[in-house]
Design a protein around this ligand. Structure first.
Ligand code: CP
Length: 319
């Protein structure tokens, strides 16, 4: 039994997409699909998590993830609390574990955790009380599993099957928890070919062990791809100068209409956000007809509803 699955192979925590069996990945996507009907209704609520309490613990900045987790919990009728870490008693020296014990004493059912340290969500899951689920909303450069699953959901909606697809992930792979989670999810769902495109300084040395093809030239890497996923430069996680300059990065790796022209004519362009215009992507592409960037944000609500309901054992069967 892994930390994130129970003895029946059902989701208990959602910490990583690595090693998750294909049927479970597909179940998340199918459950999310069932929730899109709820989101489209005038009364956007189902009672699946009525009486349950979800606590958002964001130790690091977020716009999309925190907000869509809150919306997802509310759509499921849960009580949701956003704990303001900067005004919590951790600033008075309370340890993370003591903080968790106190929040659990309020009968909380789920922690949604974002933290700058890789492994933070696993640590909390290992120490959580029985019956409390932990969802990783991004830990360091390690994993961002719900982002990866909303990206898979968006890809499936546009392309239907994963097997024939060639997917390129472009940019700062080294510091990206999103890229790692996407690669594991794409491999788990049977994507035909996963490419990474980056300068050597922005690639982990062992990246090929994840089953990806490495390109340093963006035009070669984008040739005939079905999906282009752009990543921002994670400057907050860079310890030294890994690039000559942002303008040089844009010249070599920034996505422009001209570079995109070598991808398939119906290729979609994705980005987890936040986007840095003129650094990894030009506005004409980010706002252009092939961009599905804002669809990704919308899909985050249904996917997070799916993960939360599955982890708390309600699975979305009443959606
Ligand atoms: N994609 C993503 O994680 O965005 P936020 O940092 O705004 O949550």
């Amino acid at each position: 039994m892994s930390l994130q699955l129970d003895e029946h192979g059902r989701l208990r925590h959602f910490l990583t997409t690595e090693g998750l069996p294909r049927p479970l990945l597909t179940q998340i996507l199918d459950t999310a699909e069932s929730f899109t009907g709820v989101i489209g209704k005038s009364i956007k609520k189902v009672p699946l998590l009525r009486g349950r309490t979800v606590m958002n613990l964001f130790f690091e900045a977020s716009t999309r993830t925190r907000t869509t987790f809150e919306l997802a919990a509310k759509r499921l009728s849960a009580d949701v609390l956003n704990i303001n870490i900067s005004t919590s008693a951790t600033v008075k020296g309370e340890s993370l574990l003591d903080m968790l014990r106190n929040l659990e004493a309020m009968q909380c059912d789920m922690f949604v955790v974002r933290h700058a340290d890789s492994g933070a969500a696993h640590f909390i899951a290992r120490n959580a009380a029985p019956g409390v689920s932990v969802i990783n909303a991004g830990d360091g450069r390690h994993a961002h599993p719900t982002q990866a699953m909303l990206d898979m959901f968006t890809i499936r909606r546009h392309k239907r099957e994963f097997e024939p697809l060639r997917v390129a992930i472009v940019g700062d792979i080294l510091h990206s928890r999103v890229a790692r989670s996407q690669i594991h999810a794409l491999n788990g769902l049977g994507a035909g070919e996963v490419r990474v495109i980056a300068p050597r300084t922005l690639l982990p040395h062992d990246i090929e062990s994840l089953g990806v093809k490495v390109f340093h030239d963006i035009r070669a890497g984008l040739a005939d791809v079905d999906v282009v996923i752009m990543l921002r430069l994670q400057k907050e996680r860079m310890s030294g100068a890994l690039l000559p300059s942002e303008s040089e990065f844009f010249r070599l790796y920034g996505l422009t209409e001209e570079k995109l022209s070598v991808a398939k004519p119906d290729a979609i362009v994705m980005h987890p956000g936040p986007i840095n215009r003129g650094v990894e992507i030009e506005s004409a592409v980010a706002d252009g007809p092939r961009s599905v960037i804002l669809e990704q944000v919308t899909n985050g609500i249904a996917v997070r509803m799916a993960v939360m309901s599955m982890a708390l054992g309600t699975g979305g069967e009443n959606a």
